[in-house]
Structure formats: structure tokens, C-alpha cells
Ligand binder design. Structure first.
Ligand code: NAD
Ligand code: ZN
Length: 515
């Protein structure tokens, strides 16, 4: 998405039209969208409902554009970038291009000022006030003596190298997920795009630091930085290690002007998220995800967690990052088993909501991980946007997880989460079929893909019926003698049904026979 910003007369519509044909992208004029929707001109909306109402409509319209997968060229209204939320929305899904011009040039260009609200004697003042917001752009083009075609060509030559991220849109903010090969080297400039911190407190997975030391040090040079290594493994997500990190932060005199950067997989991400949410009541966080699991799942959504004696992920917060960076270059050093672990979650998105993703994995052949991460990130972002604080919809992400969690627990977490979920998905699909929801063809495809990808090791033990019954009784999700079960009526679709425990257990008994 390319957003053109600038004062009245800066040429956003004219340049936008030329640019859209140069890039072969559809052109959207936001003001036009609003007037079409409302059925009145902008001066009429201003006169009838006031500027506040117009600004609300503007943000709503921008939101609807930002959420689209298509890449547009968008001309924005002159006052739109003043609201930081609008700038954060634009940054989260695209590139902001400011069409700059001198005030005199603009005045000359606007031949019919009568149709434009706010274009009067106060315009110069307004022009001055808005400058700071306009300057907060990725690309600034001086347009004074240039034709629209010259400006559009200049934009074309400058947008290369600027990533167009995937947005996570929240109720009062938005953040981008940058995905690509070799983009970690740009981390400093990406941070600067969002914030100017005093320094970076980096929590880095020990394996990642060892294997990518030079690249990490090179990318982060030039900024004050404190690095703390996170020992590999789940045991780092402990209360004791959180204390160690906090002590290090205080003794290093980190303050609220610093940011926390987590470089690693889900363990480092959950820790960095948790610590940054409680240190001095919260400092900004950036996730640089280095495992496929973190890139397709754990880095997105703002859930943070540590474990304690009572169980996994029982202590945590919601703390959304400034942005997520998923550089697939890191995946080259990742063990095969970790890739498989994440593939289970990727197939899960395919089954519950994304036929294109399912088809892509099913097609076989070498995977383009950047494409895979982008598809999964879009899916997770979509669910997180609709259910920011896990009110209900996020439950669909638990497809395959009911049985999966039990498999993990009875193995004392020796079985990888992805393997357990893969086995859980086999049961969830089988149950969907048995309940008359999923056709035989769909069941066969899901089974076939999970088996072909060899996601479940031979020694994964499925729970006995009695074991499952015990866990279901304890499960916090079980209420009033039933369990909310995530099922699929067809690939790409999902439904949640409350089933009596007895029905699930009866079905599971049958499933075990055929496993
Ligand atoms: P992980 O962070 O433990 O990483 C797996 C292993 O890969 C580790 O040994 C690590 O040292 C190593 N590693 C990481 N990056 C590497 C690289 N580029 N090259 C080589 N080795 C590398 O595990 P994970 O699978 O990424 O994440 C699992 C964790 O995520 C769990 O603790 C889980 O609870 C959590 N999680 C959180 C959420 C959430 O929404 N917050 C969602 C899903 C999972
Ligand atoms: Zn999972």
C-alpha cells in the first residue's frame, strides 16, 4: 500500500492516478470514498456533522483500506496524517509518501478554493501546524517545479527497498509485521521508523546469538545496547529468570526511554514480552522472530507468558509490540524438527480459515518460507484484530489443541507441541467427520497432508480414554458437563461446538481403534 500525504494542492489525486497506472495498482481517493459512502460533499459533511465526525469517518475508511490484502495507491485527505493513529495505521500496512511543496506553490495550484474546507486565511497557519505530521513519512518528494509524471516516476524509483508490511489492527493502535529475507540488517532503521529510543535492551536466544553473532552485532551497531543471553529452552520462561533479567535491567540503568528487543523463538519472545510489559509498568517491545513458530504464531498477538510450578503459560500479560520482524534468513540454521513443529500450526491456519494456504502446502515442493510466514501472519493478525484480548474468537486457534495439550502433558513435555497438535488435528478432523460436518474428501486431505509432512513421530503416545477423561474434567474450558471443541466443516472453515464429555470420549475411543 502506498499512501500519498500532503496539504491541499500537493497533487495527491493527480500524482496518485499516474502512479497507480505506472505500478499497475488500483487508485483509491479516500475523500472520494467518504463522500460516496455518505452521499454528500466534504464541505457538506463539515457543515452538517462537524470536523470531528469527518475525522472519525476518515479513520474508519482508512481502516477498511488498511485491512485489505490488495495493494493500492491511496490519496489521503490533507488533515489525515495529523492523527497519530492514522499514521500508525498507514505505517503498519504500507509506505507513506509526502508530496511536499512551498505554501505559495500550493496556493497557486488550488484554482478553486471554494470547494475545499479550511482553505482560507488560516490556511498558512494550518500548513505550518501540519508540517511535523507530514514529515513523519518514509519518502518525501519536493514537488514544486515538477510535473505529476515526474513526481510519480520519482516515487517509483524510491519505493524499492521499503517493505510493505502486514498490519495487525487493534482497537486503538496498529503495528506492522515485516517479513523478508535478509531484512534484519535494517532493524535500526525500522526501529527509527517507529520510535527514537535512548537505547536497546536486547534479549537474545543463546543459539541465535552464537550462530548469528556477526550479523546481529553488525545490524545493531551505532546504538547504545545491552545484550542479555537467554538460555535455550522452556526453562528460561521462569519467575527466577524474570528476576534475573529485571535486576540486569535496573543495574544497567535502563529507563522508560529504552526499548526491549527480543531476538529468538517463542521462548525469548514470551519472556521479552512479559519483562517489557512489567518493567517500570511497561516499555516498548520489538520482536525479531527467529523460529518459524515465532514467525507464524507466537510473535503476533501480544500474548506474553512465563511458566510456574502450577503449569505452563499461567502468568502473563497482553503487551503488543511496536512491530514484528520476521527474517527468514534465520531459519537456515533452525533444526528440521523446529520447522516441522511450526508446520503443524501453519496447516492449522489452512484448515480453519485459509484454503489458499492449505493448497499451497499441499502442493508440495520446496516452501518459500517468506510466503508461508506472510500467509500465516495475515491469518493470525486477522484473528487478533477481531479478538484483541482473547474474548472468544481466538478460541478457533485451539483447533487440534484439546487433545494436543493432553499429549504434551502425558509425555511430560517430551513431545513437541507441533507434533502433539498435529495428532490433535487428526482427531479434531475425524470428530468433525463423525459429527457429519466434514466430508470424507476433506478428512482425507487433512489426514493426508499431516501424514505426508511426517509431523507426528512414531513414538508419540496418545492418551488412554481414561487419561483424556481426567484431563477434560480438569480443563478450564470444560463447563457444565461439556467441552468447547473446535471443529472444521470444510477446509478453510471452522466452527466451535459444545459437546458433552461423553460424546467426545466415545468418539475418541473409536478414533483410537483406527489410529
Ligand atoms: P524456542 O524459542 O524454544 O526455540 C526453539 C529452539 O530453536 C531453541 O533451542 C532455540 O535456541 C533455537 N533457535 C531459535 N532460533 C533459531 C535459529 N534461527 N537457528 C537455530 N536455532 C534457533 O521455541 P519456539 O518453538 O520458537 O516457541 C515455543 C514457545 O512459544 C513456547 O514457550 C510456547 O509457549 C510459546 N508460544 C507463545 C505464543 C504466544 O502467543 N505468545 C504462541 C505459541 C507459542
Ligand atoms: Zn499451538
Amino acid at each position: 500500500m502506498i499512501f500519498l500525504t500532503g496539504f491541499m494542492g500537493s497533487g495527491k489525486t493527480t500524482v496518485g492516478n499516474v502512479l497507480s497506472s505506472l505500478l499497475g495498482r488500483e487508485f483509491v481517493d479516500l475523500d472520494e470514498r467518504i463522500t460516496e459512502e455518505i452521499g454528500g460533499s466534504i464541505p457538506e459533511i463539515f457543515a452538517y456533522a462537524g470536523e470531528k465526525a469527518f475525522r472519525f469517518l476518515e479513520t474508519e475508511t482508512l481502516l477498511s483500506i488498511a485491512a485489505r490484502e490488495e495493494k493500492y495507491v491511496v490519496a489521503t485527505g490533507g488533515g489525515l496524517p495529523v492523527d497519530p493513529l492514522n499514521r500508525s495505521l498507514m505505517k503498519s500496512c504500507g509506505i507513506i509518501v509526502h508530496l511536499r511543496a512551498r505554501f505559495e506553490t500550493l496556493k497557486q495550484r488550488v484554482s478553486d478554493p471554494s470547494g475545499r474546507p479550511l482553505w482560507n486565511d488560516d490556511a498558512r497557519e494550518l500548513f505550518k501546524i501540519r508540517q511535523a505530521a507530514y514529515e513523519d513519512a518514509d519518502i518525501i518528494i519536493d514537488t514544486d517545479e515538477k510535473t505529476p509524471h515526474e513526481v510519480a516516476s520519482e516515487i517509483c524509483s524510491k519505493i524499492e527497498g521499503h517493505p510493505e508490511p502486514i498490519p495487525v489492527i487493534l482497537s486503538d493502535s496498529a503495528y506492522p509485521i515485516y517479513i523478508g529475507e535478509g531484512i534484519f540488517k535494517d532493524i535500526n532503521s525500522l526501529i527509527a521508523r517507529h520510535i527514537k529510543p535512548e537505547g536497546i535492551f536486547a534479549l537474545i536466544d543463546a543459539n541465535v546469538l552464537r550462530m548469528h553473532k556477526v550479523a546481529i552485532e553488525e545490524a545493531l551497531k551505532g546504538v547504545p545496547i545491552h545484550i542479555m543471553e537467554v538460555p535455550s529452552g522452556e526453562q528460561s520462561k521462569s519467575e527466577a529468570f524474570v528476576q534475573t533479567i529485571l535486576s540486569k535491567m535496573f543495574s544497567s540503568q535502563i529507563n522508560r526511554e529504552w526499548i526491549c528487543l527480543g531476538i529468538g523463538g517463542g521462548v525469548t519472545g514470551d519472556l521479552a514480552g512479559f519483562v517489557s510489559s512489567i518493567f517500570m509498568r511497561g516499555i516498548p517491545l520489538v520482536h525479531a522472530a527467529t523460529t518459524l513458530l515465532a514467525q507464524v504464531d507466537s510473535a503476533i498477538g501480544g500474548k506474553t507468558a512465563i511458566n510456574n510450578a502450577f503449569g505452563k503459560n499461567l502468568v502473563g500479560t497482553f503487551h503488543q509490540p511496536l512491530f514484528v520482524l520476521s527474517d527468514v534468513m534465520f531459519l537456515r540454521t533452525l533444526e528440521e524438527i523446529q520447522l516441522k513443529n511450526a508446520m503443524a500450526e501453519a496447516i492449522k491456519y489452512g484448515v480453519i480459515m485459509d484454503t489458499e494456504l492449505f493448497d499451497y502446502i499441499e502442493k508440495g515442493g520446496p516452501l518459500d518460507y517468506a510466503r508461508l510466514a506472510a500467509m500465516c501472519s495475515r491469518d493470525k493478525a486477522c484473528i487478533v484484530s477481531a479478538d484483541e484480548r482473547e474474548g472468544g474468537l481466538r478460541r478457533i486457534l485451539n483447533f487440534g489443541h484439546t487433545l494436543g495439550h493432553v499429549i504434551e502433558q502425558i509425555s511430560n513435555y517430551a513431545v513437541y507441541h507441533g507434533q502433539a497438535v498435529a495428532a490433535g488435528m487428526l482427531f479434531a478432523s475425524w470428530l468433525s467427520h463423525k459429527l457429519g460436518l466434514l466430508g470424507a474428501g476433506g478428512l482425507e486431505r487433512i489426514n493426508g497432508l499431516i501424514r505426508r509432512e511426517q509431523l507426528i513421530a512414531d513414538d508419540v503416545r496418545l492418551p488412554l480414554v481414561e487419561e483424556l477423561a481426567g484431563f477434560m474434567a480438569m480443563d478450564k474450558k470444560a463447563s457444565g458437563g461439556g467441552i468447547y471443541f473446535v471443529l472444521t466443516p470444510s477446509i478453510g472453515n471452522v466452527t466451535v461446538k459444545k459437546l458433552p464429555d461423553s460424546e467426545v470420549l466415545e468418539a475418541y475411543k473409536e478414533f483410537l481403534h483406527g489410529f
